[in-house]
Design a protein around this ligand. Structure first.
Ligand code: HBI
Length: 100
């Protein structure tokens, strides 16, 4: 698993609205309509995350969820696996009316 080049990362980001390359990771913050929706998003995504065997570093504060994606096996840099995980998280977030 090789780290993506800066050009590959910006190509990927062009198709991932809301995501940024920040502090060496793919980063996204969502805001939901409630704490319950934020939790429901995290719970709904969990089985798919586990199936992918690639896990976000993420946290929740009230109605917000913040995620950082890197690949441990690639010196904590961004790889295609992180892009794949970002797409997966995005598909779930859509179902829980994320505002941003
Ligand atoms: N999650 N973000 C992230 N990065 C990894 O390298 C990673 C992971 N989840 C599971 C995983 N690697 C496994 O492939 C290894 O720990 C066996």
């Amino acid at each position: 698993m090789h780290p993506l080049t800066p050009a590959e990362i910006s190509d990927a980001l062009a198709t991932l609205p809301g995501w940024a390359h920040r502090d060496g990771a793919l980063h996204r913050a969502w805001r939901f309509d409630s704490f319950r929706s934020a939790m429901a998003f995290m719970s709904a995504a969990a089985p798919d995350i586990d199936r992918l065997d690639h896990h976000p570093e993420w946290s929740n504060v009230y109605d917000r969820v913040e995620a950082r994606l890197t690949t441990h096996e690639a010196a904590h840099l961004v790889t295609a696996r992180d892009v794949e995980l970002a797409r997966l998280l995005e598909s779930h977030a859509l179902r829980f009316s994320a505002w941003v």
